[in-house]
Design a protein around this ligand. Sequence first.
Ligand code: DGY
Length: 321
Amino acid sequence: MAAKIVVTQPVHAEQLQRLRDAGHEVVALDSPHGLSPEELIEHTKDADALLSQLTDKLTADVFANTTLTIVATIATGYDNIDVAAAQKAKTTVTRTPDVLTDATADLAMTLMLSVARQIPESDASTREHGTGPFQLLREPMGIDISGATLGIVGLGRIGEALAHRAHFGFGMKILYTARSQHPAAEDRFGAVRLPLGQLLAQSDVVSLHAPLNDETRHLINRDTLKLMKPNAILINTGRGPLVNEKDLAEALLDNTIAGAGLDVFENEPDVHPDLLAAGTKTVLTPHIGSATAKTRLAMASLAVDNILAVLAGEPPLTPVG
Ligand code: DGY
């Protein structure tokens, strides 16, 4: 049966065509930003499916005022969706795990190396002043990543892919926090599970991969930052609100920690001004963890697969929960 599918933001044309080819009506809103609950209700009142993104705010109100069969978010994280309200409204929610694991782990590794070796700053100074004379005792010096200790907060798929790169590529020792023990990661990488405080105290680099929820919001704050080593680097490619940005900026400015590589921010699209003031101690990127052409296409394609399956009465491929 033909269904009405609302698409909030721009998506690969060929993926939308797959929905039309299956006989469905596609309403592409092409919004340049995420939709508010009010906008979502207005546009999806009589829709069957929603192809959404992480900046759309799918609150309980949306599910109470629509009759959506499926919401397919083109993201692995779904903290923007009230999943309990969706379940109550009998709306299936799907996400796009796995297909973005490698790209996101690659970016976490890139940020780690960029901060440790001051790549943006070195690039800018070379463009402006040339290399200058070679100096054995140049300042500032970089930090070694090879052989250092990496603490992974949340050893899910992306955390594990980062552990693989860090351990086999850079000889890093792997520590992790997770709800449950990961015997496979312990066998493969010699990973050691620790409580958060001990992980922070022992790691040279801490990389955040936990989902955002009430328990993990502001996991990194003034108190937990104080547990970290003064030469440590914090990496966040997960969700911005895992970190209290004001506290992080303070910790960078007063040398509590050495640097931070951030791809996600507490109040996207804004970046806390104090973080900008931390200057060369931070490397900042605009939520591009999954932004390779192949990965973004795979994400869109998987979300469309989910919609087509559910509208055809089949089980979703990658449901939330
Ligand atoms: C996700 O999928 O949750 C990322 O943040 C965006 O790719």
